[in-house]
Write a protein that binds this ligand. Structure first.
Ligand SMILES: [Ca+2]
Length: 92
């Protein structure tokens, strides 16, 4: 049986594929899929008047090779930074 952290990663992969596959290609997120994922999975973060502007910025940061698509590798790297930022904010 998978441990908690393994389950967490399996869930992360499944969530990525669920949104990435909406255009028939589950290997990457486009801007619309990323927006959909952010709105549904991070509702409190997206409850902001500047949401669209912020999400464009997030897409720019996630899309490290600039091909307008976010692969799982790019998504996972971004999650790494989010988890570090969250740990810093929780330990204050
Ligand atoms: Ca990319």
């Amino acid at each position: 049986m998978a441990g908690n952290l393994e389950q967490l990663i399996i869930h992360l992969i499944a969530t990525f594929k669920k949104y990435a596959g909406k255009d028939g290609d589950c290997s990457s997120l486009n801007q619309n899929e990323l927006t959909d994922l952010a709105v549904k999975e991070f509702p409190s973060l997206c409850n902001n008047a500047k949401k669209d502007e912020i999400l464009k910025g997030v897409m720019g940061k996630m899309d490290m090779d600039g091909d307008k698509k976010v692969t799982y590798e790019e998504f996972a790297m971004f999650f790494c930074f989010i988890s570090i930022a969250l740990e810093e904010s929780l330990s204050k």
